[in-house]
Design a protein. Structure first.
Length: 662
């Protein structure tokens, strides 16, 4: 058995290659097409219409008597979280590089993760039949940017329109089969032997003595080098025509390792993907590292500390599946019946389950908008389901405001979410412009006062003291007014409205890190209605904010940046321009590492620019690190929703109308 992930930059041909493998192995009878939207592993409606993969797809086939679980992953940077989750459970990888575009930024991000996780990797140079194919240039790029251990185990016959296919340099027939090789293949074979011999003194000595090495010696040494992640076989093909795909499947079987896993060990596995099925409910994709799982077993979820029952264990092929009833260590399958399971949950014992290599970090917030109020519950439910399948969405709904905000990686992801909500749930949801969320905090202590006594019938008098709080403390509210001055029921109404009223400050942003104290309150025995305090509270608080003034706060990221040393100076000056703060750089093995803090606002496009600034070799990890005061020259205002309580007559009219309609 093999567990293999297919990885690449977008448009290098992952899904086409996967489709050809399924077809040529006999797993499917008709060849699908990415462009026509008929590919087996692109079965989501949005994938078929856009011609890109947005979710990893698990499929399987058999080749040369070996069962292969294959995971086709997305190539676009907006869906890096899917790649991250798939990497965790792979024993081997095929990294596809286009012979035209060559090594790109995403290719290097994935390569670095594969190396960090120690996953043996084949390199497949695709699109050899395309105009502009330059395999020698691409091989040089691979060796320079990825690894000097990249070693072609094939030569090739022609390029562009004359590409006739790969030529095996380690043929089963030994030297006799090489007699008819073109000159290029013979030279490539010599280079292959040299490269392999360099790793072993005894082999190198024999190579110099004999002038060559036989196939069996080369194969044995190459297998050892691949397993140790020191050598990386390079193959050539044109997947759209199926040329070179059989040889790639042979290489998967020959060079990539079988999965480790002992059925006698305690149960141990990890959930790396979730889907939803109309009849079977939540589908949990599980990679098992130890033990055996069977239908109707009750299993402990280590991460949630709960037990849940397995109803079915199924093997998936895109959308199709069959009940297999059992999952053994080393294998991958879909488990049905776990209603509370989440991505990343460890099943059984945690020993032996590899850690996660963090690749994705959403930096943008968008707000969802839907057609009418009646759709709100359905939109919330749909978003929650999508967030279960991609936890990085981090959906937040503000129930009082009937607002949904979520975090995204980029604009393509936003478009895809809109299409998925329409095709899967029938919901017309659109997203606003991605933005950084600023906040406000009082600049100094001050008072806010409101006497809402006109137009009658109404009566609500309130006085608040507003003062700055500790950074990160949020809102603290309490009242010192005695019940005989202001009934408890009215005071409760004020307390309920304070957080809502502070959702928009003087500049339109949420107000945070403050203490609000109600020091005076008065009702009228005849004229007061409880709803009067709904109207009055925002007016009193906004009056207070006018007196305190507000300071703008911006979200910060803690970052760690790793780059080849040659780009370090340029990056440090770039970080300074972005108002970044960082510690002294540390240099390790030719790479410079920097740690510090960056404002989100100035660094929105930095991950994208980092690729070009470091020729794709810089890596950035970031996480949210709280809010801090903006410099004096930074200003940001947000358009207010609804009428400003400072415009008292207009606000009273609008609010009273809304309350009476409600």
């Amino acid at each position: 058995m093999r567990n293999v992930g297919i990885f690449a930059h977008v448009d290098a041909g992952k899904t086409t290659t996967t489709e050809q493998m399924l077809y040529r192995s006999g797993r499917i009878r008709f060849l699908g097409s990415v462009d026509d939207g008929t590919a087996q592993t692109d079965w989501l409606e949005v994938e078929r219409t856009r011609g890109i993969s947005v979710r990893s797809a698990v499929t399987r086939f058999e080749w040369r008597g070996v069962r292969i679980n294959l995971v086709d992953t997305p190539g676009h940077a907006d869906f890096l979280s899917e790649v991250e989750r798939s990497l965790r459970v792979m024993d081997g990888a095929v990294l596809i590089v286009s012979s035209v575009e060559g090594v790109q930024a995403q290719t290097e991000v994935i390569w670095q993760a594969l190396r960090d996780l120690g996953i043996p990797t084949l390199l497949y140079v695709n699109k050899m039949d395309r105009m502009g194919a330059e395999p020698e240039r691409v091989l040089e790029e691979i060796r320079r940017l990825l690894s000097a251990g990249a070693i072609p185990v094939q030569s090739y016959d022609g390029v562009e329109g004359e590409f006739a296919g790969p030529v095996e340099l380690l043929p089963a027939g030994g030297e006799g089969a090489a007699a008819a090789w073109p000159e290029k293949a013979r030279a490539d074979r010599e280079r292959l032997a040299e490269k392999i011999a360099e790793r072993d003194d005894a082999l190198l000595e024999r190579y110099f003595e004999q002038g060559n090495l036989d196939d069996s010696e080369l194969v044995s040494a190459l297998q050892d080098g691949v397993a140790r992640c020191e050598l990386f076989p390079v193959l050539y093909g044109a997947s759209n025509r199926g040329v070179g795909v059989d040889a790639l499947m042979d290489a998967i079987v020959q060079w990539l390792p079988a999965p480790a896993g002992d059925t006698e060990q305690p149960l141990s596995g990890v959930v790396f993907k979730l889907d939803k099925d109309p009849t079977m409910g939540r589908l949990a994709y599980v990679r098992l590292y130890g033990g055996v799982l069977r239908n109707r077993d009750t299993v402990r979820n280590h991460s949630l500390d709960i037990e849940e029952k397995v109803t079915q264990i199924r093997k998936m092929d895109g959308q199709r599946s069959e009940d297999v009833g059992i999952l053994k260590a080393g294998d991958i399958a879909v488990v049905c019946g776990w209603s509370r399971v989440r991505i990343g949950d460890i099943i059984g014992a945690s020993e032996g389950v590899p850690g996660v290599r963090r690749l994705a970090e959403p930096l943008l917030t968008v707000q969802a908008q839907w057609r009418n109020e009646a759709e709100y519950p359905a939109v919330v439910a749909a978003m929650q389901e999508l967030a279960d399948e991609d936890p990085y969405l981090d959906v937040q709904w503000l129930q009082e405001d009937r607002e949904l905000h979520l975090r995204v990686m980029g604009p393509i992801q936003i478009e895809v979410l809109e299409q998925m909500l329409l095709s899967r749930y029938g919901l017309h949801v659109i997203f606003g412009e991605p933005s950084v969320i600023y906040k406000e905090t009082p600049a100094r202590k001050g008072e806010g006062f409101v006497a809402y006594t006109m137009p009658k019938p109404c009566w609500a008098i309130l006085r608040f003291v507003i003062e700055p709080g500790e950074r990160g403390s949020g809102l603290e509210y309490h009242s010192v007014v005695r019940p005989e001055r202001l009934l408890d029921s009215y005071q409760n109404e004020v307390a309920r409205r304070v957080p809502e009223a502070l959702e928009q400050g003087l500049k339109g942003w949420p107000v945070t890190d403050l203490k609000v104290t109600l020091i005076e309150g008065e009702h009228h025995v005849w004229h007061t209605h409880p709803l009067d305090f709904v109207v009055a509270t925002p007016m009193g608080l906004m009056d207070g904010l006018v007196h305190t003034g507000t300071i703008l706060l911006e979200p910060m990221l803690r970052f760690r940046l790793s780059t080849p040393e040659e780009f370090g100076g340029k990056l440090m000056s770039e970080l300074s321009v972005m108002r970044g703060e960082f510690d002294m750089p540390v240099v390790r093995q030719g790479r410079m590492e920097l740690e510090g803090r960056l404002p989100v606002a100035t660094s929105l496009d930095f991950p994208a620019r980092l690729g070009s600034m470091t020729k794709g070799r810089g890596t950035l990890t970031t996480y949210f690190d709280g809010y801090q005061q903006c410099p004096a020259d930074v200003s940001a205002e947000r358009r207010r929703r609804g009428v400003n309580p400072l415009d008292t007559s207009k606000y009273i009219l609008a609010t009273r109308n809304a309350l009476s309609m409600g």
